[in-house]
Design a protein around this ligand. Structure first.
Ligand code: IPD
Ligand code: CA
Ligand code: CA
Length: 258
């Protein structure tokens, strides 16, 4: 069963995070100096691949460090072997493994596991969202001005109109708390669990959000792109919320004021 493989795969990846955390490992830069990849990212990815390929060798895989392993299969695994690599590299235990499963272009299942907090988030389309097997729900707050938000910042393109810095400034000037955890997958899961009322980010990759966006939706939340359209993880922007504050957050991201 695919769910068993998902659990085994995410566990195998997370074991590598635990093995390397706070130990010695190589770190190198990718596109920019602070865009990091560690030995643990590669080890986690390898361990996840082994489980998937043992159980479903025919499936398509898309994973951050390796890219695509294409196939004709209608099932695609979308993997972030460590989301929150900068946290991981600094010994900050806010990081996770994220795995989403897509069938014919629709996300059908997702899991996000932070082994340092012992928190495993899971959702299956139409069957709800769970944290360590307990159902979770988004928050019920309906006013953006009293909401607790979370965001992240890209390494580039900060200064565009209605870009990350402008939006952040508008919120902060209204003294709205905006946190920055450093892991988009956990930002989404913590929104699903009602810890945050909303999350937005301007430039993510499919592996950052594939599992988390389904988890938010299955927890009763709403997820769109930055224009309010149906969310698609292959484009950059995301707004995820409890649904109640979604239009207020969207209006802000479209250039409106608070
Ligand atoms: C990053 C994290 C971060 C987000 C970045 C991502 P990584 O993923 O999700 O929160 O702001 O855009 O690249 O590099 O740690 O896998
Ligand atoms: Ca990531
Ligand atoms: Ca990553």
């Amino acid at each position: 069963m695919i769910k068993n493989t998902l659990y085994k795969a995410i566990d195998a990846g997370a074991n590598e995070l635990k093995r390397y955390f706070n130990g010695t490992f190589t770190i190198s830069s990718k596109a920019t100096i602070n865009d990091l990849v560690t030995e643990a990212d590669h080890a986690s990815e390898k361990a996840i691949f082994e489980v998937i390929q043992q159980n479903h060798p025919e499936h398509f895989i898309l994973s951050e460090e390796t890219g695509s392993i294409p196939s004709q299969s209608s099932i695609k695994w979308i993997i972030d072997p460590i989301d929150g690599t900068i946290n991981f590299a600094n010994g900050i235990p806010i990081c996770c493994v994220s795995i989403g499963i897509e069938e014919n272009g629709e996300m059908i299942m997702g899991a996000v596991y932070n082994p340092f907090m012992n928190e495993l988030f899971f959702a299956e389309k139409g069957k709800g969202a769970f944290l360590n097997d307990q159902p979770i729900k988004v928050s019920t707050k309906n006013d953006l001005l009293t909401s607790c938000l979370v965001t992240g910042f890209p390494y580039q393109y900060l200064d565009t109109e209605n870009g990350p810095l402008q939006i952040f400034e508008k919120l902060i000037r209204k003294s709205i708390p905006v946190r920055r955890l450093g892991s988009a997958a956990l930002d989404l899961c913590w929104t699903a669990a009602g810890r945050f009322d909303g999350f937005y980010e301007h430039k993510l990759q499919a592996w950052d959000s594939a599992a988390g966006f389904l988890i938010v939706q299955e927890a009763g939340g709403k997820v769109t792109d930055l224009k309010g359209n149906k969310y698609n993880p292959y484009q950059p922007g995301i707004i995820a919320s409890n649904g109640q504050i979604h239009d207020q957050l969207l209006n802000l991201l479209l250039g409106g004021n608070l």
